[in-house]
Ligand binder design. Structure first.
Ligand code: TRP
Ligand code: ZN
Length: 876
């Protein structure tokens, strides 16, 4: 990309209210695959709050939108009275109050970006967040412009019997030439990013929900005909979400109908369009034989997430896109708590934290690090990040901890009532929480503006004579791009003390006697005192992962084993086990690098053995404790990433465990192998997860190959089937290729299962490595226009160390080629594919140089704003 076309940066500090308002938006779509005409009739007026009353009207547009006509109050503007500047429509002279009519022509079939109006299989659908609406018509495409939408859809009746948009259907009718129409009206003012339209030949299931005030809501879920047998679980999840939001947040649904549609081509997981959620089919469809337990949990969580947005996002929306976490962080927190209530809370917390610490911490340590409320961006699509979503959720969770359940609820009630129908900021959210609770959140607010993962260094001191225990905590937040200095954060740390004999001690902190205390870290260094401590103790720090920080305390192995067995906090029991494994693996990685023989310490084996024999533990927790730290998490922890050494260390540890624990693992496998018919219940899922964790180890050993084959042959559900196949493939069983081929022919008609196959194929270690992955791209199963397929293929590639991190650079070159090609079709997805390359500075030197080369090569191409921003920031 050359300097003249360098995209510009947008800053939060430059925010201004919109110069114009749009009270009403009437849209007419005459749908056709290649030439859809859109007529927008906008009731507009100057915004009385905007200082300059002569500012021209500038409406956002997109490069593929063809302007046919523009009129003000029925006066057709001649070309001299408007202009197109950088895709935007500029009208120099307007009255203070007027009706603007715009006719545009768009080509949904050619829309491969999957924003605006596009085709997925044989249907039409839309995706307007964040700035997709401008690809449909010219508009004030910003979230603080809220309007009442009426949408008329015209289409051929035969091909598009179902036509949906936001709100309630108010009219339908038959037209000439086999066409029909439907008119939808949404009474709630909303920003354009929540607009949605769907048309197609769709099947549906319906249900009803009676709200807490006794109103009956019609629930409808739509899919293509062949998938309609797979939405019952999503419907059930929806009803549970609606109930939960009433019980926990007092939030009632507000329209007479709530619709959900599944589409195969979608850039993200799902979208909360008012009254008409649109889902990636991978996040909506579920059936026992095609969906794993993880898949079921994902459907439940995403259905809840999108539904919860109806209040946290739609009724109260964002003033500008810098405030994205206002809706996303809060809604992720809400969906996490919902899933915790529906399933095992500890298991859910462990999974969320593992994800945060692996992926969000890495983002926070890399060139794209940004505050939860970013201060600037080039392309907003690049800021739908783990920081905004997951760290944003952690901020809300900390608020929940600081305020307590009851005051937090008062705060959320106040937030919703105070700002209903408004577009607001993260500061407004904090103000409501502060006003309702009386808790001062001034310092806490820094969590929104300061990037980087804080590191806590903790030391302890026990005075036996005084029965006094001290914890000294240092906080340090590392430098991140554009933020050279960091201030102290307000960090809530939940702690307990475990006596050396395994009893949990009751201690006094600031006059309160309890087994658990919440410490308020507010300075760079602080010492906390506990009195009445009858024996020396091991500190149980950061219980439930009470803050998104890195924790450094010099636990020895015996202390970790004690926490593992005796801590009352389930999260910390898991964390102690994980830490033990991390220590082991870090030592092994060093041995690999030094070319020394690899040796495993006894403690971890001992720890695993005792977990496997402990019948009191939830099988799901045992499964989580048994799963070794991932290569990605280890990469986050080391100074310099050596993917080959990490893989060797993990392989060695896994083999050691499998050999030394094989009897216990086999017993565990059989104990948790049950014959009941499949149900996605927490109890069954827990047993399956443990059984398959055991299988993962057992499959390493030659003698257990028949066990794997048996499970594959007998499985009546995808969880067991895929676990067996995965174990065979990654342990190089000689049957693996045949198994993969059989699996493909068995499931070639199920797109979502085929995607799982693609991932396995691309992840398989193989002498032909890269060539095999290239061949996959020409396979029937692949399609460069489908984001799910790209994610599967690339997900597999990322795990395939030999291919991706090949020292000849061919893996990186392949990825760069793909990014360059894809950027012309779908910039949002192309930009996301850049993530592994953004970590180049942390790779071992020979790989680092190769990655940098590829970034440079991408940089020399003509690029979208999306890819430009990520690559440019990575190289500075
Ligand atoms: N608001 C959506 C969610 O988190 C996110 C989303 C869906 C999105 N599709 C998108 C964001 C496309 C950017 C582009 O639920
Ligand atoms: Zn969301």
């Amino acid at each position: 990309m050359n300097d003249t076309q360098q995209p510009s940066t947008i800053y939060l500090k430059d925010y201004q209210v919109p110069p114009f308002l749009i009270d009403k938006t009437d849209l007419v779509f005459d749908l056709s695959a290649t030439a859809t005409s859109v007529t927008a009739t906008l009731s507009m007026r100057r915004n009385p709050e905007f200082p300059d009353t002569t500012t021209p009207l500038v409406l956002h547009g997109g490069d593929e939108v063809k302007l046919i006509a523009v009129a003000i109050d029925d006066y057709q503007l001649p070309e001299a009275e408007y202009s197109l500047v950088d895709h935007d429509l500029v009208v120099t002279a307007t009255p203070d109050v007027f009706t603007l009519t715009i006719e545009t022509l768009i080509n949904p079939q050619a829309n491969t970006r999957l924003e605006g109006l596009y085709r997925s299989s044989s249907m039409f659908c839309t995706q307007c967040e964040a700035e997709g609406f401008r690809h449909i018509t010219y508009y004030l495409d910003r979230p603080d412009v809220m309007s009442i939408f009426t949408t008329k859809i015209i289409a051929e009746q035969g091909a598009y019997p179902v036509m949906l948009a936001n709100g309630n259907q108010i009219e339908t009718g038959i037209l000439e030439e086999g066409k029909h129409f439907a008119v939808w009206h949404d009474p709630f003012p909303k920003p354009a990013y929540l607009f949605a339209l769907v048309a197609g030949d769709l099947a549906k299931i319906t249900d009803t929900f009676t709200t807490m005030s006794g109103k009956s809501v019609q629930l409808e879920m739509y899919t293509e005909d062949h998938n309609i047998d797979k939405v019952d679980y999503a419907m059930d999840s929806l009803k549970r979400s609606m109930k939960w939001d009433e019980e926990v947040y007092g939030r009632e649904y507000d329209l007479d109908i709530f619709m959900v549609v599944a589409v195969d081509d979608f850039n993200m997981g799902a979208m909360e369009n008012k009254g008409l959620n649109i889902f990636n089919s991978s996040c909506l469809l579920a059936s026992p034989t095609t969906t794993t337990d993880d898949g079921y949990l994902r459907v439940e969580a995403v259905v809840a997430h999108e539904y919860f947005h109806n209040w946290s996002g739609n009724r109260v929306t964002c003033r500008d896109w810098f405030q994205l976490s206002l809706k996303e962080g809060f809604t992720v927190f809400r969906d996490q708590m919902f899933s915790a209530d529906m399933n095992s809370a500890v298991v859910k917390r462990v999974e969320d934290v593992a994800f945060l610490r692996t992926a969000q911490f890495a983002e926070d340590a890399g060139p794209m690090a940004h505050p939860v409320r970013p201060a600037s961006f080039i392309e907003i699509s690049n800021f739908y990040t783990l920081t905004v979503y997951e760290k944003g959720a952690e901020i809300v969770r900390m608020l929940h901890t600081l305020l307590g359940e009851e005051a937090f609820r008062k705060g959320s009630d106040l937030y919703f009532s105070r700002h209903d129908g408004q577009a607001v900021t993260c500061d407004d959210f904090l103000a409501a929480m502060q006003d309702a609770s009386g808790v001062n959140l001034t310092q806490f607010a820094r969590w929104y503006s300061q990037a980087g993962t804080p590191k806590l260094t903790v030391t302890s001191h026990y005075d036996a004579e005084q029965q006094n225990y001290q914890l000294t905590v240092l906080q340090m937040t590392p430098v991140t791009p554009n933020q050279p200095t960091k201030l102290a954060l307000h960090i809530p740390i939940k702690v307990g003390l475990i006596g050396r004999d395994g009893t949990e001690l009751t201690t006094a902190h600031q006059g309160i006697s309890a087994k658990e205390h919440t410490l308020h870290l507010t300075e760079l260094e602080q010492t906390f005192e506990f009195k009445g401590v009858s024996q020396d103790a091991v500190p149980s720090l950061l219980r439930g992962f009470s803050a998104p920080v890195k924790l450094d305390y010099a636990f020895n192995s015996q202390e970790l084993l004690l926490l593992m067995s005796s801590d009352s906090d389930g999260f910390n029991r898991w964390n102690a086990c994980q830490q033990l494994a991390v220590n082991e693996l870090l030592a092994l990685i060093e041995q690999v690098k030094a070319g020394e023989p690899l040796k495993t310490e006894f403690e971890l084996v001992q720890g695993f053995a005792s977990i496997l024999q402990d019948d009191t533990l939830d099988p799901a927790m045992v499964a989580l404790m048994l799963s070794l730290p991932t290569a990605a998490y280890l990469s986050e922890l080391v100074e310099e990433i050596d993917p080959q050494a990490i893989a060797k260390a993990r392989k060695h540890l896994k083999e050691t465990m499998a050999k030394q624990l094989s009897d216990l693992l086999l017993a565990c496998y059989h104990k948790n192998h049950h014959a009941e018919p499949y149900a996605p219940t927490p109890k069954q899922m827990a047993k399956r997860s443990l059984k398959n964790a055991a299988l993962g180890y057992l499959a390493v050993l030659e003698v257990n190959r028949s066990l794997v084959q048996e499970q594959l042959a007998q499985a009546d559900n995808m969880t067991d089937e895929f676990a067996a196949l995965n174990a065979a493939v990654h342990n190089k069983h000689e049957q693996a290729d045949n198994m993969l081929a059989d699996f493909y022919s068995k499931w070639s008609h199920e797109a979502l299962v085929v995607n799982k196959w693609l991932m396995l194929m691309a992840g398989q270690e193989h002498p032909q490595g890269l060539q095999r992955i290239k061949n996959l791209m020409t396979h029937d199963a692949f399609d460069l226009k489908n984001p799910n397929k790209i994610r599967s293929l690339l997900g597999g590639l990322g795990q395939n160390i030999d291919v991706f991190h090949n020292l000849d650079g061919s893996g990186y070159e392949f990825l760069a080629d793909l990014i360059i090609e894809l950027d012309k079709k779908n910039p949002q997805i192309a930009s996301r594919l850049c993530t592994p390359l953004t970590r180049w500075r942390k790779m071992k030197p020979e790989l680092s140089a190769l990655m940098e080369q590829q970034l440079q090569r991408i940089m020399a191409e003509p690029l979208s704003k999306d890819v430009y921003e990520v690559v440019a920031k990575s190289l500075t």
